[in-house]
Structures are given as C-alpha cells and as structure tokens.
Design a protein around this ligand. Structure first.
Ligand code: CTP
Ligand code: MG
Length: 228
C-alpha cells in the first residue's frame, strides 16, 4: 500500500517575522521544512513526499531539499493552506495513482517524532478513514461572544489539541477537497463535513507547531537536549 505525505510549506511565516517563508527558517542550520521531510521519511512507511512551496520560492525550496538528499517533489502552493494541500494532493494522485494513504503534515511541525507518523499510518491501514494525532488540553478553555464576554466553559476533558500528520484514506481526502466549500484550519475538518468519522491517536509535545519566536526558541531547546 503506497503512503504519500503532503507537506504544506507555502505560508509566509508572518508571525515568525523573519521576512522569509517559515519553511526555510533554519534551526541549528537546518531549515524547518528539511527537518519535517526527514522526519516523515525516517518513519520508514512513507514512500513519496510532495511539498507545496511558496510559488516565488520553488527553486530555493527544491535546492534546500536536494542539498540534504531529502527526496521530495515540490509544487507551487496556494493562497490558503487548504489550497496548498489541494494542489499537492492533485499532483500526488496524478503522479502516484496507486496511493492508498495520504498524510498531510505541516512543515512548521518540524520536530514530530517518527513514531507519531507510524501510529497515524498504522491506524489508517487498520481501517480508519481519517486519523489525527491529539493531546489533552492543559488550559481551561472559555467560549466568548463578540465583546469578549464569556458564554460558556466547555468540559476540558472532552477537548483535544490537534497536531499533524493527519492521515486519510486517499479517496476520502480527495472527496473532502473536491467538495470543499471554504477553507478549513485542518484537513480533518473538511473530512468531518463529509460525515466521515475521524479517529485519534496519541500525539507528542515535540510535534508542536512553530508559529512564534517563542516556539522557535522552544524548538532550539528541544534540539539542544537531543530529544528533537
Ligand atoms: N501553509 C501553506 N500554504 C498557505 C498557508 C500556510 O502551505 N497558503 C502552510 C505553512 O507553510 C505551514 C502550515 O501551512 O507549514 C501551517 O500554517 P502556519 O503555521 O499558519 O504558517 P504560515 O502561514 O507560514 O505562518 P503565518 O500564518 O504566521 O504567516
Ligand atoms: Mg498561516
């Protein structure tokens, strides 16, 4: 069964604020995207990786991956993350028609341990059409109205923080993107709109999304302690 990983990496990294796409920001000399792709390949179950890169940086991204021998195809991403995933998915299904399982993994989750990748793939191969890695919520969560006034306190024990890679039966993800009627913050959100059940596996704190400079500092600390 062929497993293909799509890596949306076409964001601008505005909140990080380095003036370059976040995927190209180095941690200890190695760009986040390269770390993310290496992590996927290290899982040992991913056959192909397709990266959606900023359209203005296709050559730079291709060169960064080639330099470290990280085998991946690079396509131009879109305006929203959902567009980038759709474009990478179209390429993958056209180029690797025997694809049965598709992972979608943020370049920004560059320190995701390979065992999380394997757990997601195993769950899809085990028959779950959609699988996401999750963690419990540590903070109390409040729902507020437009004025910031608290409306409700959802039961925290029933809430989860969602990570990537998210794994899908290839046809389910294709249908989710074909019928997509607006951007979603993750691919499982699109699959939920189809009425397809989404299962969970245990995520990992190192699979945190690097969004801010604080997150980058945490990632550097993870790496320097040899647990990245
Ligand atoms: N992404 C993408 N295409 C877009 C927007 C985002 O492929 N049009 C990717 C990012 O490269 C990242 C992942 O989706 O790997 C999650 O997005 P986010 O963390 O928001 O990254 P950026 O959009 O780059 O950051 P910012 O929102 O701060 O600009
Ligand atoms: Mg963004």
């Amino acid at each position: 069964m062929s497993v293909v990983a799509l890596v949306p990496a076409a964001g601008r990294g505005e909140r990080l604020g380095f003036g370059i796409p976040k995927a190209l920001v180095p941690v200890d000399g190695v760009p986040l995207l390269v770390r993310a792709v290496r992590g996927l390949l290290a899982a040992g179950c991913v056959r192909h990786v397709v990266v959606a890169a900023p359209p203005t940086d296709l050559d730079t991204v291709t060169a960064a991956l080639a330099e470290v021998g990280a085998a991946a195809d690079v396509v131009a991403g879109g305006a929203e993350r959902t567009d980038s995933v759709r474009l990478a998915l179209e390429f993958a299904l056209r180029t690797f028609p025997d694809t049965r399982v598709v992972l979608v993994h943020d370049a920004a989750r560059a320190f995701t341990p390979p065992e999380v990748v394997r757990a997601v793939v195993d769950a899809v191969l085990g028959g779950s059409p959609a699988v996401i890695p999750v963690l419990p919520v540590a903070d109390t969560i409040k729902q507020v109205d437009a004025d910031g006034v608290v409306i409700a306190t959802p039961d925290r024990s029933a809430l989860r923080v969602v990570q990537t890679p998210q794994g899908f039966d290839a046809d389910v993800l294709r249908r989710a993107h074909v019928t997509c009627d607006g951007p979603a913050t993750d691919d499982a959100g699109l699959v939920e709109r189809l009425g397809v059940p989404v299962s969970t596996v245990a995520g990992h704190p190192n699979a945190m999304k690097i969004t801010t400079r604080f997150d980058l500092a945490v990632a550097e600390a993870i790496l320097s302690r040899g647990v990245g």
